[in-house]
Design a protein. Structure first.
Length: 302
């Protein structure tokens, strides 16, 4: 049977999602916990307990809502129940959350619909990159998920650059393809905005009392939605936009990078801590298999 796992994690303590020997990764931590809970030997080839994820995140990148799936036999899943008087899927969710470290949270585990594939069935992914520039009040509590830039960002110029990315393009100037893969992707939304400075309460309780702020007030946020993303694509696009926003590069330079999909050193990825995977969207259950089949085809430009 196939299980869908919805989760979140603070990427600061991980060397990305994908499992690697002797290195702490999100996939590695979860798979290790699953083998422990279900009492399956990690070397048991008949029950590999391997996760398939919607989108691999790089070292230091966060996820507030990631999705993955795992296949296992019903007999193995039943081992999660123990003395708990709940369904096996619910038991696994409870036990996994208790065993995992504090920087990983399980939102829920559910039996996946027929045809569901966490990676290939996805319609789109949404990432947000958060920056505190000179016009923002830097909150040291957010240093793990917000990048501080000592400069004033020109949001209008950055939006002109971001607008060039919308549509189907080869992002070879801003991304690295997987072996045998491509850097052609379809971006559906890409825009910059400063979060309005809004308190949690409209008026102080008495006199000039303290007004509780919201954490994101004043931050500059980049939201990008695409059918999929190539390696380093989001952080490299952010870096390109920031160079335009700081007046280190002009819009024609960015347009040129979009027109000629070739890496040449000036469009590498920006620091990872500001980036968070926020959402993965899927079609209706009866369209999951067809979507997975269609997306497996290697894309080309018209």
């Amino acid at each position: 049977m196939r299980l869908r796992i919805d989760l979140a994690y603070d990427g600061g303590g991980f060397y990305g999602w994908a499992v690697q020997p002797d290195i702490r990764t999100v996939q590695g931590e979860i798979e290790q916990a699953l083998h422990r809970i279900l009492r399956v030997d990690p070397n048991d080839a008949s029950e590999p307990l391997r996760l398939v994820v919607a989108g691999r995140t790089d070292t230091g990148v966060h996820a507030s809502h990631q999705v993955c799936h795992i296949d296992m036999s019903p007999d193995i899943l039943e081992r999660a129940v123990g003395h708990m008087k709940v369904p096996a899927v619910t038991a696994l969710e409870h036990r996994l959350q208790r065993v995992l470290p504090d920087d990983i949270t399980i939102h829920r585990i559910s039996e996946a619909p027929v045809g569901f594939d966490a990676r290939f069935s996805a319609l789109e992914r949404t990432y947000v990159y958060r920056i505190a520039d000179r016009s923002s009040e830097v909150d040291p509590r957010l240093r793990g998920c917000v990048l501080h830039i000592d400069g004033d960002l020109d949001i209008e110029a950055m939006n002109l650059a971001a607008a060039q990315t919308i549509g189907l393009h080869d992002f070879g100037s801003f991304a690295t393809p997987n072996p045998g893969g491509t850097t052609i992707r379809e971006v559906k939304q890409a825009d910059w905005a400063r979060v309005p400075a809004q308190p949690l309460i409209a008026q102080p309780m008495a006199g000039e009392g303290y007004i509780v702020p919201t954490f994101e007030s004043g931050l500059v946020c980049f939201t990008i939605v695409a059918d999929a993303f190539a390696r380093n694509m989001v952080r490299s696009l952010v870096n390109g936009c920031v160079q335009v926003g700081l007046d280190k590069r002009d819009l024609d330079w960015f347009k040129g990078k979009m027109a000629v999909p070739k890496r040449e050193g000036s469009t590498g990825p920006i620091a990872p801590q500001g980036l968070t995977l926020e959402h993965v969207a899927y079609p209706a259950d009866d369209q999951l298999a067809a979507r997975a089949q269609a997306i497996r085809a290697k894309r080309t430009l018209p």
